[in-house]
Design a protein around this ligand. Structure first.
Ligand SMILES: C[S@@+](CC[C@H](N)C(=O)[O-])C[C@H]1O[C@@H](n2cnc3c(N)ncnc32)[C@H](O)[C@@H]1O
Length: 142
């Protein structure tokens, strides 16, 4: 799957049709398809500061353990980002939703204990660059 890109960095991924489809499909898949259990398993054991890449509509947010002090959630698609803001308000941990892409994470070096990317890397055009960015923003041992 390849999403269209725009020059405005705040809307660098623009795909309103996909956003509307994913917003509905993902909620159903979580509830009826068992995906929520995979999210919980993925995030178990995390603590400290977390950067989440391609957060979509924020379905991971409800599964972060209380030991997570802050999540910086990056989502480049405007419609999904707006939904993520709503999910952040309902989350049990502090979630700061921002625009941003995997290839140029708008966060500081070595600032995070963990990076989360669920169902995302298959949509990223430059995976080596995204992985290099994840390495840059993780603290040693993160
Ligand atoms: C299949 S959705 C997964 C959303 C969410 N992570 C989840 O687990 O439900 C893929 C997400 O990746 C985002 N995305 C697409 N290209 C991206 C990029 N270059 N960097 C970061 N996120 C990207 C999309 O906007 C979309 O929110």
């Amino acid at each position: 799957m390849h999403l269209r890109y725009r020059k405005d960095p705040k809307d660098s991924v623009h795909h309103p049709v996909f956003a509307r489809f994913y917003a509905r499909m993902s909620v159903a898949a979580d509830a009826k398809g068992g995906i929520a259990a995979h999210r919980a398993e993925l995030l178990t054991g995390l603590s400290g500061r977390v950067v989440e890449i391609g957060a979509g509509n924020g379905l991971n947010f409800a599964h972060y353990p209380a030991a997570v002090s802050e999540v910086v959630a990056l989502e480049p698609e405007r419609g999904l980002r707006q939904l993520a803001v709503g999910a952040a308000m309902r989350a049990g941990v502090s979630v700061d939703v921002r625009p941003g892409t995997a290839e140029a994470l708008p966060v500081e070096d070595a600032g995070f204990d963990a990076a989360v990317a669920s169902l995302v890397l298959c949509t990223v055009r430059d995976v080596p660059k995204a992985l290099a960015e994840i390495r840059r923003v993780l603290r040693p041992g993160g």
